[in-house]
Design a protein around this ligand. Structure first.
Ligand code: TRP
Length: 330
């Protein structure tokens, strides 16, 4: 069975965009492939060297994935720093990763601009660590978005280079994979583009947002003064509200506001109130499950321990092979 690896940012709290997008793919993949999902806490140090609450953010993210249906029986879900084999492979891959190619990486150039006072070697070698995450399990499928394409290309380069240098076939080539379907695009609340954490405060509704926060965010969503003529096309921010409503509300509710729009009687205040309540109704079971799981230290510990054990079995095999190939004494 083909192996899948995906890294989850330890600050990657799930919002509705992730839920309707990537999460569906994860749930399907865990049924069909040999999946390793991990929380990338090593990687987080490249931008946050002294995280205020690393333990809690890792637990929170883990709880959110479990609440959405990631099943520790069906896949391996683990914490990156529980697998020092990854760090060893990272070291070895770095010996054959060239500074020039790392410097040309778009994400590195972006980070230089974002944090000019902390251009650390971990940032430069972020792609090597990501390659190690993937290659340590000899994964061939990586469920990531377009923004990670260059990192994946580098993972292939590093794996192929290793094979060539040491005359082996240790590493297969990993490729991005999303079941070939276009991910559902969930618009944000800021009137343009997509729902995302980095798109600005209030743009995303998080699964762990309490009801009052959801109400506040939705009521502040961008709209306009309303249609002035019947049956006009909707401007983008309005389309976005309707798209969101289509995801969480009853079809009759959506139809009601569509008619109100077409007849110019729509009141966006009412629509947003309804949308907020429907989002709350939709996320409530997830919200409750997240709260239950995140406070269940016994469960979280169990999941992390069994994930660590399964991931280690896979990683130890690769590291043993790599060490032999390079020619270490033992
Ligand atoms: N770079 C990825 C992101 O920002 C996270 C990540 C780290 C990852 N290691 C990975 C994703 C390995 C897939 C495979 O989202």
């Amino acid at each position: 069975m083909e192996t899948v690896v995906s890294g989850i940012r330890s600050t990657g709290n799930l919002h509705l965009g992730n839920y309707f997008g990537a999460m569906g793919n994860f749930l399907k993949m865990q049924q069909e492939f040999n999946c390793f999902f991990f929380i990338a806490d090593y990687h987080s140090l490249t931008t946050h060297p002294t995280p205020a609450n690393l333990k809690n953010s890792v637990k929170q993210v883990l709880a959110e994935y479990l609440a959405c249906g990631i099943d520790p029986e069906a896949c391996t879900i683990y914490v990156q720093s529980d697998l020092p084999e990854t760090a060893e492979l990272y070291l070895l891959l770095n010996m054959n990763a060239y500074v020039g190619e790392l410097e040309r990486c778009t994400s590195f150039k972006d980070k230089i601009r974002q944090q000019p006072d902390n251009i650390n070697a971990g940032l430069l070698t972020y792609p090597t660590l990501m390659a190690a995450d993937i290659l340590i399990h000899k994964a061939v499928k990586v469920p990531v978005g377009k923004d990670q394409e260059q990192h994946l290309e580098m993972a292939r380069t590093f794996g192929n280079r290793f094979n060539r240098l040491y005359q082996t076939e240790t590493f297969p080539e990993p490729y991005a994979f999303n079941f070939g379907n276009n991910l559902v695009k969930v618009p944000g609340l800021d009137g343009s583009g997509k729902m995302g954490k980095s798109e600005g405060e209030g743009n995303a509704v998080f699964l762990a947002d309490p009801p009052e926060v959801i109400r506040k965010k939705v009521m502040r969503a961008v709209s306009d003064s309303g249609p002035t003529q019947p049956n006009q096309p909707k401007p983008e921010p309005i389309t976005n509200l309707f798209t969101l409503m289509g995801l969480v509300s009853e079809p009759a509710t959506l139809a009601h506001f569509n008619e109100a729009y077409d007849s110019c009687t729509i009141r966006y205040g009412d629509m947003k109130k309804q949308l907020a309540e429907d989002i709350i109704k939709f996320t409530a079971p997830l919200y409750d499950r997240i709260q239950t799981i995140v406070t269940d230290d016994v469960l979280l510990r169990k999941v992390m321990d069994s994930g660590k054990e399964k991931a280690k079995a896979s990683a130890a095999k690769t590291i043993k092979e790599v060490r032999e190939v390079i020619g270490f004494l033992r």
